[in-house]
Ligand binder design. Sequence first.
Ligand SMILES: NC(=O)C1=CN([C@@H]2O[C@H](COP(=O)(O)OP(=O)(O)OC[C@H]3O[C@@H](n4cnc5c(N)ncnc54)[C@H](O)[C@@H]3O)[C@@H](O)[C@H]2O)C=CC1
Ligand SMILES: O=C([O-])CC(=O)C(=O)O
Length: 311
Amino acid sequence: MKITVVGAGAVGATCADNIARLELAEEVVLLDIKEGLSEGKGLDMLQTATLLGFDTKITGSTNDYGKTAGSDVVVITSGLPRKPGMTREELIGTNANIVKGVTENILKHSPEAIIIIVSNPMDTMTYLALKASGLPKNRIIGMGGILDSARFKTYLALAMDCPPNDIHATVVGGHGDTTMIPLTRLATRMGVPVSQFLSQEQLQKVAADTMVGGATLTKLIGTSAWYAPGAAVAVLVESIIRNQKHVFPCSVYLEGEYGQSDICLGVPVVIGRNGWEEIVDIQLNDEEKATFSKSADAVRNMNDVLATLDA
Ligand SMILES: NC(=O)C1=CN([C@@H]2O[C@H](COP(=O)(O)OP(=O)(O)OC[C@H]3O[C@@H](n4cnc5c(N)ncnc54)[C@H](O)[C@@H]3O)[C@@H](O)[C@H]2O)C=CC1
Ligand SMILES: O=C([O-])CC(=O)C(=O)O
């Protein structure tokens, strides 16, 4: 197996590091436009192989897509991150052209690849990559919901003072400060509804904290997060490479599912060797359905902006 990560910045390098440690591929290629960055970070990571005990080869590439040839999975993290006070949506003007160009270059050398989109605004970038590539819909996957769900579980666990791994909870909808939907009603602690442990007020705070999870970290760090994003991409890649069939919330192209069409939005999907293989239908209640529809409207408005850009 061969996996390429485009963008050797904070998120891309963390993805590559996690993927190498998990030995998901014989070779991981890290590509960036900044001269020497991917070669340097790649070599630094390779020098951890004897310390951490993995055998993955890591290759750096300064914009030479020849080195990515024959990749099975490609992760696109290239593009600007937001600064404190910004929304993810404000990145569209710069990132749309980057994501489109990278997708086209990747496919010239890896026509069979499954592509994971990380660059923000992620749902719109996923839609753009799908339209620009013409690939079958199951091979384009936007990563956001796995990260948002990890944050949701973390905040729930902190509120209940229990281990995060005892929590099952999911976030659907857009990967935006106002568009993501933490499904509090369905969250459980080992199968027991979280409402048995937390008041409605506490649950509302957990949901609100989850929604601005990325903004909170951006304010603290000065740029957006990378440890949890990099780990979230790695579990997604692992489910593809090892055909694990995990159900993860991912941004995928909807054709009537959840009442939406011609849009990429976060819903639970089965992830295996063919990319996303099936959409899992959560029985949303009327209030959740209305929130999902509002989220879709906001993402659709962003998708409409693509037509005004040269992307
Ligand atoms: N979907 C999600 O859950 C998350 C998305 N993000 C997004 O991921 C993106 C990357 O974030 P960071 O790694 O923190 O940014 P960063 O600035 O650390 O790294 C981005 C890298 O992309 C490279 N790049 C720019 N144009 C390129 C091109 N045409 N080809 C190849 N490389 C190119 C830059 O040289 C830079 O090294 C941002 O858009 C950020 O908003 C970040 C965290 C989570
Ligand atoms: O907050 C950001 O801009 C980066 C991101 O998508 C996240 O960490 O969820």
